[in-house]
Write a protein that binds this ligand. Sequence first.
Ligand code: SF4
Length: 206
Amino acid sequence: MIKMMIAFFKDFFKYRKAIKKQDKWITKFAEKKGYDINPNKMINTNLKIWLSEMEGIYSKRMCPCFDPSGDAELDKKMICPCQFIDEEIEEYGTCHCALFGKKDLPAEQWKASGKRLMAEYRVPLNIKGNILDTRGMPMDKRRNLPIPDASHQLKNGLLELKGNELTMIVATEQESINLEKIAKFKGFVYQSSKKENVYYIDLKVK
Ligand code: SF4
């Protein structure tokens, strides 16, 4: 928890200008659509930090909850605000990431959506020593992408890591491509190899 808070405040400081930029379009969009924005400051600030990171890594404001799929059509749909927002708000009261929600959504429903997210993303990692196997996570029914994706597992894995070297096992070439972009953006050393249709990503955190 302490490590998580330190990481949050570091990112908050680093992205403070970008957060303001995200805030502008988010407020405008919510007004136009008649939606509300998550009233939980910690969650909505984290989402703005992640949106800013996604923009930095992929040059597009990709959904902060899913790594790009490599399918151009699906990835276009996942630019925030994504094309799943209306049906997800209809289903959960909020969009998948719980950034936007129904107008006047009761506080307990915002909380329930936050809990749903935590249950999806704060899962026990398959990590042994410094090897993190990201495969086998449940798939999101609309995007057919894993939850948590490799980048969220990396974030959580780094909080548990002893030392500065991590090997990630990923199932698809796209995940290894995404991790290469993330490594470049964050200044990690990246090396990948493929054995029997499995991708091994060696990261050295600087
Ligand atoms: S689920 Fe919410 S935060 Fe994620 S892309 Fe869609 S609108 Fe944006």
